[in-house]
Design a protein around this ligand. Structure first.
Ligand code: SAM
Length: 256
C-alpha cells in the first residue's frame, strides 16, 4: 500500500512538472490550512531540489526565496542560495534577498538520516528550532509558519514553543506523507505581536470590568481578561490563550 502511494505521488510529480513528490505535501497542507495566499512573500528553508518552491511561487505569485545546503536548479521568479539554516547570519542573507520581511516561512529541512532514531529526531527538532527562530525574525505580525518535525520525545516541548508565538497551531500529517513516515508538519498561523505569551505567569491588578463582567488588567497596553475577578483584585495569573487583541488569564493565586 505504502509503495503504491509513493508511486502515485512520484508519477504525479513527473506528470505535473514538480521536482519532488513532497510538492503535494505543501499543496495538501495549503488546501487544509490556507497558509500561503495570493501576493504573499514566502521563505523556504531546506528547499532543494525545489518542489515546495514551485508550489509556493504558484500559490503566491509573490517574492519567493529558497535556502539549502545544496544548490537548487534555477526556478523562474524564485531567488535561491546556498546557506546553513542553523547559522544566525543566514537570516540577514534571506532578509536582503527578500528586500524586507515575509508573510510566510516554510521549512521541510531534514537531516541525513543515520538510522539511529533518537539522534535523527533530535537533529530534526534542532533544524525546526532554527526555522522557528528564523520565522520569528523574518515574519510580519500575523504571518504564518510551517515546519517538519520527526516525531519523538522532544516533539511536544517544541510544539509548545510554537504555540507560545502563534494564535492557531496544528500538528498535521498530509496524505502525501508516506504512511510509515514519522514526519509531522506543525502548521502555525498568525504570529502574535502581543507583549504576553501563552504559559506566561504574571502578577496583575484588575483595573476595569468588561461587558461580560470579567475583570480586565492592562499589560503594556494589552488587555488580559480574567474570569471570576473583580475591580481591584491583585492576582497571579497564567496566560492560557492569546488572541490578536487580548489574552485570557487563569487565576493561580489571589494576593492581599
Ligand atoms: C526533504 S528535502 C526538502 C524537499 C523540498 N521541500 C522540495 O519540495 O523539493 C530536505 C532538505 O533539507 C536540507 N537541509 C538539511 N539541513 C540543512 C541545513 N542545516 N541548512 C539548509 N538546508 C538543510 C537538505 O539539504 C535537503 O535538501
Amino acid at each position: 500500500m505504502a509503495r503504491d502511494q509513493r508511486d502515485y505521488y512520484y508519477r504525479l510529480a513527473k506528470e505535473e512538472g514538480y521536482r519532488a513528490r513532497s510538492a503535494y505535501k505543501l499543496l495538501q497542507i495549503n488546501e487544509k490550512f490556507n497558509v500561503i495566499k495570493r501576493g504573499d512573500s514566502v521563505v523556504d528553508l531546506g528547499a532543494a531540489p525545489g518542489g515546495w518552491l514551485q508550489v509556493a511561487r504558484k500559490l503566491s505569485g509573490g517574492k519567493v526565496v529558497g535556502v539549502d545546503l545544496e544548490a537548487i536548479e534555477p526556478i523562474p521568479d524564485v531567488v535561491t542560495f546556498r546557506a546553513d539554516i542553523t547559522s544566525a547570519s543566514t537570516i540577514d542573507l534571506i532578509r536582503e534577498a527578500l528586500g524586507g520581511s515575509a508573510n510566510v516561512v516554510i521549512c521541510d529541512a531534514a537531516p541525513n538520516l543515520t538510522g539511529a532514531w533518537d539522534m535523527d529526531h533530535a537533529v530534526s527538532v534542532d533544524l525546526s528550532r532554527s526555522a522557528l527562530r528564523t520565522a520569528l525574525q523574518l515574519l510580519k505580525p500575523g504571518g504564518n509558519f510551517v515546519t517538519k518535525v520527526f516525531q519523538g520525545d522532544l516533539f511536544i516541548d517544541f510544539l509548545n514553543e510554537v504555540r507560545r508565538e502563534f494564535s492557531l497551531v496544528n500538528a498535521h500529517s498530509p496524505k502525501a506523507s508516506r504512511k510509515e513516515s514519522a514526519e509531522t508538519y506543525i502548521v502555525a498561523k498568525r504570529l502574535l505581536s502581543s507583549p504576553v505569551h501563552r504559559g506566561d505567569i504574571l502578577d496583575i491588578q484588575i483595573d476595569s470590568v468588561g461587558k461580560s463582567g470579567d475583570g480586565v488588567a492592562m499589560v503594556d497596553g494589552f488587555a488580559i481578561i480574567v474570569r471570576k475577578s473583580t475591580l481591584g483584585d491583585k492576582l497571579r495569573v497564567k496566560i492560557d490563550a492569546v488572541k490578536p487583541n487580548f489574552a485570557f488569564g487563569e487565576i493561580l493565586e489571589r494576593k492581599g
